[in-house]
Design a protein around this ligand. Sequence first.
Ligand SMILES: [Zn+2]
Length: 427
Amino acid sequence: MDKDIIVEHRSHLLGHGMNFVANIPTVFHCHHFNLFWDQTIDDALGHELSCRIRTAAAREVFHDILAGLVTSAGASTPEERLELARTVFAAFGQGALTLDVSAAGGAALGRPLHYSHTWLEKYGGWIRRNTPADALAAGFAAAATEVAFGLPRESVQAVEHSCVARRDRECTFELSVGDATSVAGPMGRLQVERAMTDPVQGLLEDQVAPIEAGLREFSRGMLGDDRGLIQAFGLFATQTPSTYYNRSGYDALRHVNRTAPQSAPVMKALLREAGHVCVFSTFGGVLLSPEWEAMVGPIRGEPDEILAGSLAIARALGFGHWCAGEFEPGQRLVLQTPGGYESAYYVSREGRATEPMCFVLQGAALAIMQLIERVPWAERPTLNQEFYNQLFRNGLPWQAEETQCVSRGDPMCEVVVSRREPGNGVL
Ligand SMILES: [Zn+2]
């Protein structure tokens, strides 16, 4: 089975910056964002509930992707379907997964897996971890077993018993078949198209569009290597169905609102911080990469250049058709988009919001202003944790407010970044 099956099934919604595999929305994120996102859910819910929610989110959406791909590839036997599942997992940069399963369940083994491998690399030197890190792989293994043997959706449970992030030799999973639970409504290309509003126009479009096209072409061919990992731009990347992030994030937030509403603002702030982590690591990493230099030229650090580059990166990676509505260097940035991967999910699954709900977008807009104003690009800085802390955990000079949100019924999502007023606690 060839990983090119993923390339063949990658598609894009023009003018909306949405990416799909087998008509399921996907997005590229880096390991810094991925680990931060999972940790945020763990912190909010405790590891056990968080792990359950994240596993279920992965199982749901990978079932959709695998079911679509086995049909179009004509994979009819369980062996063919499991082989296809292993190929898909590796192509997405999620790692190498061996599935030893039957219609009654079984076992899975991962080495390496994106989450535990990168956790160990990033934190292993100074933190000891006791909980497994691969809920996404667990959910994937469950979905692959369901699809391979034609089992009911949401009927296979998967638990990770040993994990490389815990310094076990390898990651092992136990799969068991139980009663099917209810299936949420579909979350595919059709739902995304319905949730999107009319395309918006922004500044610097003549600079953004060609870079966007080049990056899209580049990312179209981005696949896991022999280890099943995507290592590019100085980081590990994954292509992940956006429902994994959305369902885990919004389910967790709903749980916090119900059980500990006083903690909800903290959780929202952490979801916004995931946007800071994403832009600092991924957007920054792309801008400083040899790949960027070959495609666009050496980075000079001019405000328009960093802004146009950031918008192009967001569109190509599948975040949405981000546009600059207004831009005044050093003062104000208005980022507009006809929805994004967060609002597409929210509108389809959660209904009408009473407040803006695109937390990653909010954090990302603020972080783009930080990249423009506070990174000495000409010095080619190293984007490490120390520099991140200095930029983002040392008093932010900006505030960001999502003033319009498609999830709330507005005609677009709009985030206004402006200078932080003294004493204003808005993030
Ligand atoms: Zn929004």
